[in-house]
Design a protein around this ligand. Structure first.
Ligand code: HEM
Length: 427
């Protein structure tokens, strides 16, 4: 679909075939990112991985992120953090038989991201931190006239957007400055594991790196992790639990599997995750129906090219509608049904390299580098929530009445928080 949104030529990709064409045949042309008003500010003038223009800087900073922060080996070093935070999550559920899973999932993933990135979490009444996260996400995902009519940027001064943005950015920036300062303090007690700030400061001092990174670039990467990592993971977890509640036979089968694997231990350990074949299908199916970023992150063409016979000009903004593609009846039988079994004899995966009908993490060279990190969090939390508790809707709410409406934003939340009753199971 080719549209003119304001003064911006816009291409919306709605089929797996077109997605394959842009991500496989023309990946380089489609690897740009548009310079969006709020994203430019929060990414320190496009110094983050997610908003850097396609080119040498992006290649190097992404390489650093993957090798130093998100490789399978590095993700493993954060296992203790995950274990501790899963234990906290289970304790909270056990203490309060009725829980707001939307809130719990967000504080769970946020605590992990903060511990991994900054070396500490911000909880126990530190609501300002969560407010800052919400405000940043709201600004990044909200509507901004200047993104469609660039010459109307001055309107942001009048409608208060610029002031909101500046205030939120200052707060975030001061927070990063403090965290960096603490990490540079020689008296800082030695932590059990290096966090992301430690690693980035080492990279900054390492003369063998292909690029030198300054503090703004470090902060851009921190924003990537802080924004891209926490909300997406929490959103995925909530939708999958909602889908399971709506489909009790799937829930039962998943619970039987996790309880079998956890026998004698009372919980699912990370090393057991590879045995949870059915749970992995459940997660795939949840991400198909509710990709946390349904339009991925916008792309921009770096030069003109021809897609399915149509000339696409340079600097065209590109949205890939992963949600529509994931429900296309051409590829998916009964596409709106939650049926993990559909993946039983299928090799379709969500890595974005060979299959383009399932794109929750995007695809091609700009696809999500945090898959390893995000998936292990979802698997571990979900496996343990299903292992330790039986789940029901609050008294009086029927399964068919469970609201599945989506809220618009950077990530596609469940509009009404998911509130459930949990009963502890004797294992
Ligand atoms: C369930 C969890 C997650 C989902 C569904 C998700 C989804 C996505 C999507 C759709 C994109 C855009 C890809 C494209 O343009 O093709 C993306 C990009 C990105 N994600 Fe994730 N993500 C998740 C977790 C994470 C985590 C945990 C991190 C880091 C800790 C992360 C870091 C990034 C970064 C840095 C980019 C930009 C990549 C680039 O432009 O080169 N994501 N993610």
């Amino acid at each position: 679909m080719f549209l003119q949104l304001g003064s911006i030529p816009t291409l919306v990709i709605c089929s797996a075939d077109s997605a394959k064409e842009i991500f496989k045949t023309h990946d380089v042309v489609f690897s740009g990112r548009p310079v969006l008003y709020a994203a430019k500010k929060f990414s320190y003038n496009c110094a983050s991985v997610s908003f850097a223009p396609y080119g040498e800087y992006w290649r190097e900073i992404r390489k650093i992120m993957i090798l130093e922060l998100l490789s399978a080996k590095r993700v493993k070093t954060f296992q203790a953090v995950r274990d501790e935070e899963v234990a906290v999550l289970l304790q909270i559920v056990a203490r309060n038989s009725s829980v707001n899973l939307s809130e719990l999932a967000l504080s769970f993933s946020n605590n992990i991201i903060c511990r991994v990135a900054f070396g500490k979490k911000f909880e126990n009444g530190n609501t300002r931190f969560l407010e800052m996260l919400h405000e940043t996400q709201g600004l990044l995902g909200g509507f901004c006239m200047a993104d469609f009519f660039p010459w109307l940027g001055w309107l942001n001064k009048l409608n208060g957007l610029e002031m909101r943005l500046e205030k939120c950015f200052r707060e975030l920036d001061n927070f990063y400055d403090k965290v960096i300062e603490e990490h540079l303090d020689p008296k800082r007690p030695k932590a059990e594991h290096e966090d992301v700030v430690d690693v980035l400061l080492q990279v900054q001092r390492d003369p063998s790196q292909a690029i030198t990174i300054n503090n703004d670039q470090i902060k851009g990467v921190l924003t990537d992790i802080f924004i891209a990592g926490s909300d997406t993971t929490a959103t995925a977890l909530v939708w999958i639990m909602a889908d399971l509640i709506k489909n009790p036979s799937v829930m039962k089968r998943a619970q039987e599997e996790v309880r079998e694997v956890s026998k004698g231990k009372g919980k699912v350990l990370e090393r057991d995750l590879s045995k949870l074949n059915y749970l992995k299908l459940v997660i795939k199916e949840g991400l198909r129906l509710h990709p946390p970023a349904p339009l991925l992150v916008p792309r921009e063409t770096t030069q003109s090219c021809i897609i399915e016979g149509c000339q696409v000009p340079p600097k065209t903004r590109v949205f890939v509608n992963a949600k529509v593609i994931g429900r296309d009846p051409k590829y998916w039988e009964d596409p709106n049904e939650f049926r993990p079994e559909r993946f039983l004899d299928s090799s379709v995966d969500f890595k974005g390299q060979n299959y383009f009908e399932l794109l929750p993490f995007g695809a091609g060279r700009r696809g999500c580098p945090g898959i390893n990190f995000g998936v292990v969090l979802i698997e571990l939390a979900l496996a343990n929530l299903l292992c330790r508790f039986d789940w029901q809707l609050p008294h009086g709410v029927k399964r068919e009445d469970l609201d599945m409406e989506e809220a618009f934003g950077l990530t596609m939340h469940k509009k009404i928080p998911l509130c459930l009753d949990a009963t502890i199971v004797d294992l």
